[in-house]
Design a protein around this ligand. Structure first.
Ligand code: FMN
Length: 469
């Protein structure tokens, strides 16, 4: 398939890359390939799903304010951001339909597609010509890293897929991590227990800094796979291949053990220090400030970029952040509820809870008690989950008003409310016990008893109405 670059021309301020792949013809500026994100962005543009911001926009708060204003709308393309007038894309995964579009799958099949990809990863295909080239180290300061919120520690890279190799097994891991940009180095937020953190502990035990590749704006499948909690020892780049339905093309970085997607807009190589740490703090998924945390410093060793790079910025707590974080956990909840024999018709980690703390699930009820069993399965699938509401199959879990209708007309607290005290909660919930990190969890079963006459509970319909919308 041939594509056209819908973003012609270079940034007027961009400096020329210096070639490192001697003897290898870099075709990126001439021919775009299907695994390049531009392929997907071209489709979005054809479908009128991209809004272009033509005026020059500042990196400090201004871009973030526009992203927040347009959070529920189209994907954004900023043509000129910051001192160096770099291109920035945002909100590309801000709607469920854009995520499914990126993966070439219908919206209602996304969760199952992801579960399937996690179970059947595809080996990557090594190629020799990436879409990026090594550039001068000074280019690091030209990245359009945004400062989002008033009291954040500083500018954060928010979309980066960080790749590291397990020193014990040699298996790679890819996960998204936010990086606080300091003068010439980063501070990386690594949540304890996540795979990158586990791998880092192994480097620490060996007394070696951890080599990482920080990939910005790869193919969407890479971002979705990297946001997914894959089982330990599974390379998320192989999951990306399964999502794409073809092996992900990767290149081995010169003088490194790391393989990265061959189609990416920026790749930064670095070493995560086992000695140096610094405090960082930022706005997290609930839109509240996280507590300051002492986190490792990343020394940058080289930077690569495409000839006219697109930098992907994700607004913390924006739709894109929430959906990318929530989607894999929705899939996990779906899987766990179906494992106990209950059919799930729809699942949604709700917006107000940061797509993280509360779930709404609609089920096909076959036995009395299915609603409560679904609550237990959901709470055990996602340790941060605080509350879950179970709905009948005619209620859309993505529709707040429909959920409220179900509360109002189908729920009586006695017997349908499950409360679990002192369970492990999310550190992001300021109302949880901040010392023990425990919380109260609840589940509400709004499903109707199988013995009641359903007609009395149904929404009245107007014939012909469905055809109008
Ligand atoms: C936009 C976004 C930002 C994220 N930021 C961080 C972060 O700063 N630190 C972190 O540990 N996890 C972060 N995550 C979550 C991890 O990327 C995610 O849980 C991933 O599945 C962990 O991978 P693992 O299975 O290799 O542990 C972020 C996810 C998204 C979607």
């Amino acid at each position: 398939m041939t594509t056209t670059n819908f973003l012609p021309g270079g940034s007027h301020h961009s400096s020329r890359p210096i070639a490192i792949n001697e003897g290898v013809k870099n075709e990126s500026s001439v021919r775009l390939r299907e695994q390049d994100i531009q392929e997907f962005l071209s489709k979005l543009e054809e479908e009128g799903e991209i809004e272009t911001i033509r005026s020059h926009v500042g990196e400090r708060f201004e871009a973030a304010a526009i992203m927040k204003e347009k959070d529920l709308g189209k994907a954004l393309l900023f043509l000129s951001v910051g001192k160096y007038g770099r291109k920035v894309v945002a909100n590309i995964f801000g709607k469920r339909r854009r995520i499914s579009r990126a993966l070439g799958i219908e919206e209602e099949k996304v969760h199952r597609h992801l579960l399937h990809a996690l179970e059947s990863p595809l080996k990557c295909k090594e190629v020799s010509s990436p879409t990026f080239q090594k550039v001068k180290p000074e280019e690091l300061s030209m990245l359009p890293v945004l400062t989002h919120y008033e009291k954040d520690a500083g500018p954060y890279i928010t979309s980066a897929t960080v790749i590291a190799s397990d020193p014990e097994t040699g298996v790679q891991n890819a996960s998204i991590h936010r990086l606080l940009a300091r003068e010439g180095y980063f501070v990386i937020r690594m949540v304890e227990g996540r795979h990158l953190h586990q791998i880092f502990q192994k480097y620490k035990a060996r007394g070696r800094d951890m080599p990482v590749a920080i990939v910005i704006t790869p193919n969407p499948a890479v971002t979705v796979a990297a946001a997914s909690p894959a089982p330990s020892g599974l390379d998320e780049l192989q999951v990306a291949g399964a999502l794409l339905g073809e092996p992900l093309r990767v290149v081995r970085l010169d003088g490194s053990d790391l393989s990265v997607p061959a189609e990416a807009q920026y790749v930064i190589e670095g070493l995560v220090s086992i000695e140096k740490t610094e405090k960082e703090w930022m706005t997290d998924i609930l839109g509240t400030y996280d507590i300051p945390r002492e986190q490792p410093v990343v020394k940058v060793t080289s930077i690569h970029r495409s000839s006219d790079p697109l930098y992907h910025a994700i607004l913390p707590a924006g739709s894109e952040h929430r959906l990318l974080m929530g989607l894999p956990f929705e899939a996990r909840i779906l899987e766990n509820v179906e494992r106990i024999g209950i059919k799930v018709l729809g699942i949604c980690l709700t917006r107000g809870s940061g797509s993280w703390l509360h779930a709404a699930i609609s089920i096909r009820k076959n036995s009395e008690g299915d609603g409560r069993n679904a609550i237990l399965a959901a709470l055990s699938a996602h340790p941060s989950l605080k509350g879950v509401v179970v709905l009948d199959e005619d209620i859309d879990p993505t529709d707040y008003a429909a959920i409220d209708f179900s509360f109002a007309t189908r729920f009586q607290s006695k017997g349908n409310l499950v409360v679990v005290e002192g369970a492990r909660g999310s550190s992001l919930d300021p109302s949880a016990d901040q010392r023990s990190m425990t919380t109260l969890k609840w589940g509400i079963d709004t499903t109707l008893s199988l013995s009641v006459e359903k007609e009395r509970f149904k929404m009245a319909k107007i014939p012909g109405f469905d055809k109008r919308s």
